[in-house]
Ligand binder design. Structure first.
Ligand code: NAD
Ligand code: SIN
Length: 471
């Protein structure tokens, strides 16, 4: 790769998909800074109209966008299509959320005082995106940020820059001023330059805990800037007292292996009642054996594609071996069916008797299994993580769900549903190392504007009743 150019390759084939010169954070931030005030001054209705046009542009270009997302991430076409639909749906959700969470209010106060609550945009917001949802997740910050009147400088992941560029082109094609949504192409160096830029007013980040924690440290000395961190998870799924083990297996497979395990909400740990372990494993093995793993455009459609690149596949293969050297018992080996391509088959390791455990997010199709004899122990195991994004219980017993809900530590707590597939119409975020208490999705409006309260009266008529000497 030449020094000044970023290349994107298709994980499934290794073909070069796209190339683009590396951008410059100073230039993009300066353009955004010069543009945001005019955008913020436009009536909200004008910004809503512009974002609705953006949704229409994406709708018109949906097939091309789907194809690009599938090629660049390796995810199957059906899944790429749902990502495009989520991008479109985000606009209406954000309009509702803006008015509900950050709209104008009049607050009645004593003494004929009128309190007006309104919100103002921060100014220029930087957005850093991950590679697993290169359109939907940055878009989840960008749409509410623009709606609130901010300008945005967006740096997509260096692994999926073409999808990021496509998204930005759609905003521009919809007539959103080019200065208000800027594309910065590059990798971590450009990310660092953007995050540390003195002229941004905040950073909206979706990515790994390692990067997020580094950014959090950096922003500790800049309390005047808003920082929203959406990070990873080491998410548990519990299977306890459930008669339908086929359905349990489906929920586990969907949770752990959709998108080849490359979802922040993917289940990394299966915690199962010792009594159900053998029959559940039998169902899981049958189901996993039937999964189609293939390139995105294959027919019939695959369940999952490759992971993002060969380095990631190598790292995951090594992690699987490490779990075994720690005393884990492989239940299903992770295989690399095509040499030099990052396709991986789902792997499972029984870590119940392991000498040690690692609380890291293995961002791929690896599921660690823990057998437990009491539900209390199962919950304790589930909570034994620094992360806290999502958690699911598969059980027919509502009392167990009550107990689970009350005791589990996570921002998304599901019952008889997968750990992933979160709705954009609800808040999305976690505790611990999964975020910094600034949930996204429906609550993204909260970090895209700040509240301004005005105590107002039409006339400057005032009197002092106490503390004065006679005149
Ligand atoms: P990553 O942290 O490696 O990169 C994310 C972005 O940050 C990229 O644009 C990257 O170039 C940039 N970056 C990397 N190092 C940087 C630095 N030091 N300073 C500034 N910018 C830097 O994440 P990834 O590997 O692209 O994405 C996968 C991760 O994202 C997983 O951990 C996953 O759980 C997480 N994720 C979280 C959510 C969520 O909403 N909570 C959603 C999807 C993915
Ligand atoms: C993700 O953002 O990585 C996954 C979202 C989800 O599927 O819940």
């Amino acid at each position: 790769m030449p020094d000044q150019e970023l290349l994107s390759t298709e994980p499934a084939t290794g073909a070069v998909l796209w190339r683009h010169p590396i951008g410059d954070a100073d230039t993009e931030v300066a353009i955004a800074r010069a543009s945001w005030a005019a955008w913020a001054a436009r009536p909200l209705a004008v910004r809503i109209e512009a974002l609705r046009r953006f949704a229409n542009v994406v709708r018109q270009r949906a097939d091309a966008f789907t194809d690009l997302l599938a090629r660049e991430t390796g995810k199957p076409l059906w899944e790429a299509r749902t990502e495009v639909e989520t991008v479109i749906a985000k606009v209406d959700i954000s309009v509702t959320s803006y008015s509900e969470r950050t709209g104008q209010r009049r607050i009645e106060a004593p003494m004929n005082t009128r309190l007006a609550l309104r919100h103002k945009p921060h100014g220029v917001l930087a957005v850093l995106g991950p590679y697993n949802f290169p359109a939907h997740l940055p878009n989840g910050h960008i749409v509410p940020a623009l709606l609130a009147g901010n300008a945005v400088v967006f740096k997509p992941s260096e692994k999926t820059p073409a999808s990021g560029a496509f998204l930005v082109e759609c905003f521009h094609a919809a007539g959103i001023p080019e200065g208000c949504i800027r594309l910065l192409i590059g990798g971590p160096d450009q990310g660092k330059a953007l995050a540390s830029h003195p002229d941004i007013d905040g950073l909206l980040f979706t990515g790994s805990a390692n990067t997020g924690i580094a950014l959090n440290r950096q922003f500790a000395a800049r309390p005047e800037k808003i920082l929203a961190l959406e990070m990873g998870g080491n998410n548990p799924i519990l299977v306890w007292n459930t008669p339908d083990l086929y359905s349990a297996a489906v929920l586990v497979v969907q949770s752990a292996f959709t998108t080849a395990g490359q979802r922040c909400t993917a289940a990394r740990r299966l915690i199962v009642d010792e009594k159900l372990f053998e029959p559940l494993m039998a169902e899981l093995n049958k189901l996993i054996g039937r999964l189609i793993i293939g390139e995105p455009h294959a027919d019939p459609q695959p369940f999952m594609g490759p992971v993002i690149d060969n380095n990631t596949a190598d790292m995951l293969t090594e992690s699987f071996l490490t779990l075994s050297t720690m005393g884990g018992r492989p239940l299903r080996h992770m295989e690399r069916p095509i040499e030099n391509r990052p396709f991986l088959t789902p792997g499972m390791v029984d870590m119940t008797e392991a000498r040690e455990k690692v609380d890291v997010e293995l961002f791929g199709p690896i599921l660690q299994v823990f057998r437990k004899t009491s539900f209390e122990e199962a919950i304790a195991e589930a909570n034994d993580t620094r992360y806290g994004l999502s958690a699911s219980l598969v059980s027919q017993d509502p009392r167990l769900y009550d107990q689970f809900w009350a005791n589990i530590r996570a921002g998304i707590v599901n019952w008889n549903k997968p750990t992933n597939g979160a709705s954009s119409a609800a808040p999305f975020g976690g505790v611990g190392w999964s975020g910094n208490h600034r949930p996204s999705a429906y609550y993204a409006a909260d970090y895209c504007a700040y509240p301004v309260v005005s105590s107002e009266s039409e006339q400057a008529r005032a009197a002092m009743g106490v503390g004065l000497r006679d005149a």
